[in-house]
Design a protein around this ligand. Structure first.
Ligand code: SAH
Ligand code: SF4
Length: 396
């Protein structure tokens, strides 16, 4: 039997691990010990689970898989505060994860698919097409990598208060220098991974079942114990996924990629809009807000001359305020996050100038829409969320 067909420990919830132990004639509490070793001690092999009997450790090695993700490459920016890892999965496909360390939190951006089938015209991942859905274990393992990385970061900082930048000067650009001011290592107090955003490669709601299993494993208080409110999922706008999320018991945060204030423009940027129009998307959002009472954030990537004119901002405000003849959303539950587009080599698109970004923001704010501009990380290493392409020819 090929090892690929053995159960992957990172795929199993605690309940499933308990069933496995019982099937093996072991007491159920062994599962809790294994869970603790995997997600609190972050061990990388069953042999390191020294509180288990040796025979059980050996059986785990023989009959299960534990495949921690070992990066083929880690690129670093922002004085070590942004780390992008490239992983090769067991069947050879490449995925990326990004760890972003801020003064008060540390966030990992997780991929949910290798490639993506949604074809948004501005997205590096979209150019790959869908290569494969990731398993829950593939997603959990990315978070375990980040948790380990944070453990190392905290230990290094304990020894020396400054993190050494990489030797390779070619990674440092004027953009980075700008970033340094907003991400000074000295102010960092966070010592463990605190947040997860499902904004890496892929569309989470196109892989909903596996994604949700990962969320449950990550949330388990006996394991990584990630609070539901510390996790955010971003969707291109798959309406059935939004409706389903509204029924889940764990209050995960929702971000919706909007990127345009009308159907014609949105369909030109995002083919998914031909399947789920803006009206359908906003209806699902309205129902989600009514069911959960939780705030939704709309992401809006700014593309110079395409969707960043003042008239687009005016139209967007009207749309969200229900003045466009569509759905009315409760204004206090709506937030717009403007994202200056991160250039992808070869794409005939431009990044909006700062002045245009600020004008866009002002117009929305004047109309009562809460609006922020996303703080950028890792631009020089192509590490921005949604900019990941598995190292295939899109890195600057
Ligand atoms: N598939 C999901 C989640 C992954 S993309 C989605 O589309 O929402 C996460 C975010 O990054 C999305 O808002 C996406 O539109 C945005 N994005 C994609 N490519 C980008 C780029 N080159 N620069 C800036 N943001 C980008
Ligand atoms: Fe897929 Fe999101 Fe990229 Fe669109 S923006 S192609 S949905 S990863």
């Amino acid at each position: 039997m090929s090892r690929d067909t053995l159960p992957n420990l990172y795929d199993l919830s605690l309940a499933e691990m308990e069933r496995l132990m019982i099937a093996w004639g072991q007491p159920a509490y062994r599962a809790r010990q294994i869970f603790h070793q995997l997600y609190v001690n972050l061990v990388d092999s069953p042999l390191a689970m020294t509180d288990l009997p040796l025979a059980l450790r050996e059986r785990l090695v023989a009959e299960t898989r534990l495949a921690p993700l070992v990066p083929e490459q880690v690129r670093v920016a922002d004085q070590g505060l942004t780390r992008k890892a490239l992983f090769r999965l067991e069947n050879g496909v490449l995925i990326e994860s990004v760890l972003m360390i801020y003064p008060d939190r540390a966030t990992v951006c997780v991929s949910t698919q290798a490639g993506c089938g949604m074809g948004c015209i501005f997205c590096a991942t979209g150019t790959l097409g869908l290569l494969r859905n990731l398993s829950p274990g593939d997603m959990v393992a990315q978070v375990v990598w980040a948790a380990r990385e944070m453990r190392r970061f905290a230990a290094e900082r304990h020894i020396s208060p400054s993190v050494t930048p990489p030797d390779d000067d070619s990674w440092w650009t004027p953009d980075d220098l700008e970033d340094h001011r907003s991400s000074d290592v000295r102010g960092i107090s966070v010592s463990r991974l605190s947040n997860i955003v499902f904004m890496g490669m892929g569309e989470p709601f196109a892989n909903y079942d596996r994604w949700w299993r990962a969320v449950e494993i990550l949330h388990d208080p006996r394991g990584l114990n990630m609070g539901a409110r510390s996790m955010t999922v971003s969707t291109v706008g798959l309406v059935p996924g939004i409706r389903r999320l509204a029924t889940e018991t764990l209050p995960i945060n929702l971000a919706i990629s909007l990127h345009a204030p009308d159907d014609a423009l949105r369909s030109a940027l995002m083919p998914v809009n031909r399947r789920y129009s803006l009206a359908a998307l906003l209806e699902a959002t309205r129902d989600y807000l009514a069911a959960t009472g939780r705030r939704v954030s709309f992401e809006y990537v700014l593309l110079q001359g395409k969707n960043d004119e003042p008239e687009h901002a005016v139209k967007l405000a009207a749309l969200l305020r229900g003045e466009a003849g569509t759905v009315t959303l409760p204004p206090h539950l709506v937030h717009v996050n403007l994202i200056p587009w991160n250039p992808v080599p070869g794409m005939p698109l431009g990044r909006s100038e700062r002045r245009r970004v600020l004008t866009f923001q002002r117009i929305l704010r004047e109309r009562g829409i809460a609006c922020t501009v996303r703080v950028e990380r890792g631009v020089s290493i192509a590490a921005a969320c949604g900019q990941l392409a598995g190292g295939r020819g899109v890195e600057g």
